[in-house]
Design a protein around this ligand. Structure first.
Ligand SMILES: Cc1cc2nc3c(=O)[nH]c(=O)nc-3n(C[C@H](O)[C@H](O)[C@H](O)COP(=O)(O)OP(=O)(O)OC[C@H]3O[C@@H](n4cnc5c(N)ncnc54)[C@H](O)[C@@H]3O)c2cc1C
Length: 422
């Protein structure tokens, strides 16, 4: 169904509710959260078997396809690439409507639609935009982010995966690591070294790479929570057409920054699932008879206020993005606030649950929080570590001098890798 660009918000919202009522379950009909009932899963990272992950991916794609075909899949996107061409107000109206319904988990699209798609829109050739954007927003394909390497994380500009030109194609060889969701992705955004004779930030180029191409090998990495939501990805002479290049040759640093800014936005503003963590801990405190404990009350109120303030900061930042402004250091602040609040939440859980977090007694809603605790350190690193976020705020908000260890003048091939930071 095509959405008219002349319609009013009221008409649009009524159509959205009509679509949602016909295809999703209203939250009104859902029972309120009751301690001890339903799932007590609060894990931060997905801990699924292959079969349950496949089912989740299928459900997520089916919902997104239905939504796209009804005209609500990419509300603010340009019509020439499959978007509805409407303003942010329409997107907000749809999101408000959808929040009243229970829809399948959409986390598999966070990287592709939150980070890779905006980069393709900003930097890809027309051919690549036409080929990938509609397909991504309709969930016909899923995308991942191929930046980090064993020797290049915070210091991303030290990456060594190389791309060499061969006529109208490029040949990619190297290794990426920590690639979330590579196991169910069809394409990836990769940053490669294309000229080691240039300074480290200058000889890089971005590409869109087919994850099913010959020469791509994906190996799962198991994390301390037990699951394997990210991977090592090896490239052995993988061919990519020049039309899949992102931006100019050797301008990959600018391309990577577009993605990283959107990454901080999507991590800083990610939501906490079906039942809010607060609803759960409120019920937990009541269950354990701690509502009159002065320390529990004080810490819980503190947590609530901090989460609210972070939420308002995120809302301000997201409004800036929706208004077409480039996300800036406020995204680093949003990310820092999120992980700081998670840390405080963990301290609170330790206070209330104590040893119940360490040994599984089978008691509902207690040991399950250990998955949340074990996932939190990963969030402090993903999308830029705490220390790197503080460096960004120090330099770009407080105007402090730049980190001193950066050699931005020598040719990359002359720098001893591992001797400096970025
Ligand atoms: C859950 C999760 C998901 C991820 N998903 C992806 C993904 O999909 N795609 C992808 O490409 N990558 C992904 N990553 C990788 C992530 O981007 C890197 O882990 C991150 O950039 C840090 O790099 P590193 O692990 O190499 O650590 P390092 O850069 O080696 O850092 C080690 C330590 O040194 C500190 N440090 C480094 N430089 C400085 C400095 N200049 N000043 C002060 N301290 C410094 C860091 O804060 C950290 O404590 C993911 C990581 C996690 C945890």
């Amino acid at each position: 169904m095509a959405i008219s660009t002349n319609q009013t918000i009221e008409q649009f919202t009524a159509d959205a509710h009509k679509f949602l009522a016909a295809n999703a379950e209203s939250r009104e009909s859902q029972k309120a959260f009751v301690w001890g009932e339903g799932s007590d899963n609060v894990s931060m990272f997905e801990e699924r078997s292959k079969q349950s992950e496949d089912e989740l991916v299928e459900r997520a794609k089916k919902w997104r396809q239905q939504k796209f075909d009804a005209g609500f899949g990419w509300i603010t996107g340009p019509t020439q690439y499959g978007g509805a061409g409407l303003t942010n107000e329409f997107e907000k109206a749809y999101n408000r409507a959808e929040s009243q319904y229970k829809v399948p988990n959409q986390s598999i699209f966070q990287i592709g639609l939150g980070m890779v798609a905006p980069t393709i829109l900003a930097h890809a050739s027309d051919e690549a935009r036409e080929k990938f954007l509609r397909a991504m927003w309709r969930a016909d394909i899923v995308a991942c982010q191929l930046f980090s390497e064993p020797g290049a994380g915070s210091d991303l500009a030290s990456l060594q995966t190389k791309a060499e030109r061969d006529g109208d194609e490029w040949i990619i060889t190297g290794q990426k690591v920590w690639t979330s969701g590579a196991q169910y992705s069809d394409i990836g955004e990769i940053i490669c070294r294309t000229d080691p004779g240039l300074p480290k930030h200058k000889g890089l180029t971005g590409f869109i790479v087919d994850m099913h191409a010959p020469g791509v090998e994906i190996r799962p990495l198991r994390q301390m929570t037990g699951g394997a939501s990210f991977n090592e990805v090896f490239y052995n002479e993988v061919r990519v057409p020049d039309s899949y290049r992102l931006g100019e040759v050797n301008n990959g640093w600018g391309v990577a920054l577009t993605t990283l800014m959107n990454e901080r936005a999507s991590i800083g503003t990610s939501s906490g699932g079906d039942v809010s963590a607060f609803t759960r801990i409120q019920a937990m405190v009541q269950h354990f008879g701690l509502t009159n404990d002065p320390i529990v009350r004080e810490k819980m109120a503190d947590l609530f206020i901090r989460t609210k303030v972070a939420g308002y900061n995120n809302q301000r930042a997201m409004d800036k993005i929706r208004a077409g402004q480039t996300p800036g250091p406020e995204m680093s602040i949003a990310k820092m606030a999120l992980v700081e609040n998670q840390k405080r939440m963990n301290d609170f859980l330790c206070l209330v649950l104590g040893s119940k977090l360490q040994a599984d007694t089978g008691e509902w809603g207690t040991y399950s929080w250990s998955q949340f605790l074990l996932g939190a350190p990963g969030m402090r690193i993903a999308g830029g570590s705490d220390e790197v976020m503080r460096n960004i705020v120090g330099e770009r908000v407080l105007g402090l001098p730049k980190d001193t260890g950066i050699d931005s003048k020598s040719a990359f091939r002359d720098i001893k890798v591992g001797t400096q930071t970025s």
